[in-house]
Design a protein around this ligand. Structure first.
Ligand code: ZN
Length: 163
Protein backbone atom coordinates (compact mmCIF):
# COMPACT_ATOMS: atom_id res chain seq x y z
CA UNK A 1 0.00 0.00 0.00
CA UNK A 2 1.15 3.49 -0.80
CA UNK A 3 2.74 5.53 1.96
CA UNK A 4 1.89 9.18 2.10
CA UNK A 5 4.42 11.84 2.97
CA UNK A 6 1.97 14.17 4.63
CA UNK A 7 3.07 15.60 7.94
CA UNK A 8 -0.41 16.43 9.08
CA UNK A 9 -0.46 15.86 12.83
CA UNK A 10 -3.98 14.55 12.98
CA UNK A 11 -4.20 10.88 12.11
CA UNK A 12 -6.84 9.99 9.59
CA UNK A 13 -9.32 7.37 10.55
CA UNK A 14 -12.57 5.98 9.46
CA UNK A 15 -15.65 7.56 10.84
CA UNK A 16 -19.37 7.06 10.77
CA UNK A 17 -21.97 9.69 10.31
CA UNK A 18 -22.65 10.89 13.80
CA UNK A 19 -26.38 11.53 13.78
CA UNK A 20 -27.76 8.18 12.78
CA UNK A 21 -31.51 7.99 13.17
CA UNK A 22 -31.77 4.21 13.05
CA UNK A 23 -33.62 2.98 16.08
CA UNK A 24 -33.91 -0.78 15.72
CA UNK A 25 -32.80 -2.89 18.63
CA UNK A 26 -29.66 -4.34 17.12
CA UNK A 27 -28.55 -6.31 20.10
CA UNK A 28 -31.69 -8.39 20.26
CA UNK A 29 -30.79 -10.23 17.08
CA UNK A 30 -27.32 -9.12 16.15
CA UNK A 31 -26.30 -12.29 14.37
CA UNK A 32 -23.73 -11.58 11.70
CA UNK A 33 -24.54 -12.30 8.09
CA UNK A 34 -22.70 -15.15 6.38
CA UNK A 35 -19.54 -13.64 4.94
CA UNK A 36 -16.38 -14.74 3.16
CA UNK A 37 -12.97 -13.09 2.82
CA UNK A 38 -11.83 -13.24 -0.80
CA UNK A 39 -9.61 -11.46 -3.29
CA UNK A 40 -11.06 -8.10 -4.28
CA UNK A 41 -9.94 -5.51 -6.83
CA UNK A 42 -7.11 -4.42 -4.54
CA UNK A 43 -6.14 -6.90 -1.84
CA UNK A 44 -8.73 -8.79 0.13
CA UNK A 45 -12.36 -7.90 0.57
CA UNK A 46 -15.39 -9.13 2.43
CA UNK A 47 -18.14 -10.78 0.38
CA UNK A 48 -21.64 -11.90 1.15
CA UNK A 49 -22.26 -15.65 1.19
CA UNK A 50 -26.02 -15.13 1.16
CA UNK A 51 -28.53 -12.67 -0.25
CA UNK A 52 -29.33 -9.82 2.14
CA UNK A 53 -32.08 -7.27 2.39
CA UNK A 54 -31.67 -3.55 2.76
CA UNK A 55 -30.95 -2.67 6.39
CA UNK A 56 -29.72 -6.14 7.37
CA UNK A 57 -27.00 -6.39 9.98
CA UNK A 58 -23.76 -7.57 8.37
CA UNK A 59 -21.03 -7.62 10.98
CA UNK A 60 -19.55 -5.75 13.92
CA UNK A 61 -16.28 -3.83 13.53
CA UNK A 62 -14.53 -5.26 16.56
CA UNK A 63 -11.51 -3.82 18.26
CA UNK A 64 -9.88 -2.25 21.25
CA UNK A 65 -11.17 1.15 22.31
CA UNK A 66 -8.49 3.83 22.53
CA UNK A 67 -8.60 7.43 23.59
CA UNK A 68 -8.16 10.14 21.00
CA UNK A 69 -4.59 10.75 22.23
CA UNK A 70 -3.63 7.06 22.02
CA UNK A 71 -4.99 6.87 18.50
CA UNK A 72 -2.92 9.88 17.43
CA UNK A 73 0.26 7.91 18.05
CA UNK A 74 -0.98 4.56 16.89
CA UNK A 75 0.09 3.41 13.44
CA UNK A 76 -2.23 1.64 11.05
CA UNK A 77 -5.25 1.98 8.88
CA UNK A 78 -7.69 0.10 11.05
CA UNK A 79 -8.69 2.92 13.33
CA UNK A 80 -12.37 3.65 13.47
CA UNK A 81 -13.39 6.87 15.18
CA UNK A 82 -16.63 6.37 17.07
CA UNK A 83 -16.70 9.73 18.84
CA UNK A 84 -14.45 12.73 19.28
CA UNK A 85 -12.87 10.96 22.25
CA UNK A 86 -12.90 7.26 21.42
CA UNK A 87 -11.37 5.39 18.50
CA UNK A 88 -11.56 1.63 17.97
CA UNK A 89 -8.40 -0.10 16.86
CA UNK A 90 -9.63 -2.91 14.62
CA UNK A 91 -6.26 -4.25 13.47
CA UNK A 92 -6.81 -7.62 15.12
CA UNK A 93 -7.24 -10.59 12.80
CA UNK A 94 -10.47 -11.65 14.43
CA UNK A 95 -12.00 -8.38 13.32
CA UNK A 96 -13.35 -9.77 10.05
CA UNK A 97 -15.02 -6.42 9.34
CA UNK A 98 -11.60 -4.89 8.68
CA UNK A 99 -11.66 -6.63 5.29
CA UNK A 100 -14.52 -4.45 4.12
CA UNK A 101 -13.11 -2.06 1.52
CA UNK A 102 -13.95 1.57 0.93
CA UNK A 103 -16.29 2.59 -1.84
CA UNK A 104 -17.47 6.00 -2.92
CA UNK A 105 -20.74 4.28 -3.86
CA UNK A 106 -21.08 1.86 -0.96
CA UNK A 107 -23.69 -0.75 -0.17
CA UNK A 108 -23.19 -0.67 3.61
CA UNK A 109 -23.10 1.92 6.34
CA UNK A 110 -21.51 1.69 9.78
CA UNK A 111 -23.65 2.72 12.70
CA UNK A 112 -22.25 3.49 16.13
CA UNK A 113 -24.39 2.16 18.96
CA UNK A 114 -23.29 2.29 22.58
CA UNK A 115 -19.62 2.30 21.70
CA UNK A 116 -19.90 -0.50 19.15
CA UNK A 117 -19.56 -0.19 15.41
CA UNK A 118 -22.23 -2.16 13.60
CA UNK A 119 -22.31 -2.43 9.84
CA UNK A 120 -25.61 -2.61 7.99
CA UNK A 121 -26.57 -2.90 4.34
CA UNK A 122 -28.01 0.17 2.67
CA UNK A 123 -29.55 -1.82 -0.16
CA UNK A 124 -30.27 -5.42 -1.11
CA UNK A 125 -27.10 -7.46 -1.63
CA UNK A 126 -26.71 -10.51 -3.83
CA UNK A 127 -24.87 -13.63 -2.80
CA UNK A 128 -21.21 -13.17 -3.76
CA UNK A 129 -21.34 -9.37 -3.78
CA UNK A 130 -18.57 -7.46 -2.05
CA UNK A 131 -19.45 -5.36 1.01
CA UNK A 132 -18.25 -1.77 0.98
CA UNK A 133 -18.77 1.35 3.01
CA UNK A 134 -17.59 4.92 2.83
CA UNK A 135 -14.51 5.32 5.04
CA UNK A 136 -15.15 9.03 5.50
CA UNK A 137 -13.51 12.15 4.15
CA UNK A 138 -10.49 12.17 6.44
CA UNK A 139 -9.39 8.66 5.51
CA UNK A 140 -10.17 9.27 1.85
CA UNK A 141 -8.08 12.44 1.65
CA UNK A 142 -5.11 10.88 3.40
CA UNK A 143 -4.94 7.35 2.00
CA UNK A 144 -7.04 7.18 -1.15
CA UNK A 145 -6.94 10.55 -2.86
CA UNK A 146 -3.13 10.72 -3.35
CA UNK A 147 -2.96 7.55 -5.45
CA UNK A 148 -6.44 7.89 -6.89
CA UNK A 149 -9.34 5.96 -5.39
CA UNK A 150 -9.48 2.37 -6.68
CA UNK A 151 -12.97 1.58 -5.51
CA UNK A 152 -15.30 -0.08 -8.07
CA UNK A 153 -17.31 3.13 -8.48
CA UNK A 154 -14.22 5.21 -9.26
CA UNK A 155 -12.66 2.54 -11.48
CA UNK A 156 -15.73 2.30 -13.67
CA UNK A 157 -15.87 6.10 -13.82
CA UNK A 158 -12.25 6.36 -15.03
CA UNK A 159 -12.84 3.50 -17.50
CA UNK A 160 -15.80 5.22 -19.12
CA UNK A 161 -13.81 8.46 -19.26
CA UNK A 162 -10.94 6.89 -21.21
CA UNK A 163 -13.29 5.44 -23.83
ZN1 ZN B 1 -13.81 5.76 -5.00
Amino acid sequence: MKKTKSTKPRKPRKSAKKDSKKSKDYFANSVSAKVEVKRAVSGLGLFSAEPLKKGDFVIEYKGTPMTFEEAEYHPGKYLFEISTRVTINGASRNNTARYINHSCKPNCDPDVKKGRVLIFTTRAIKKGEEFTYDYGKEYFDQFLKPGGCKCPACLSKSKSKSK
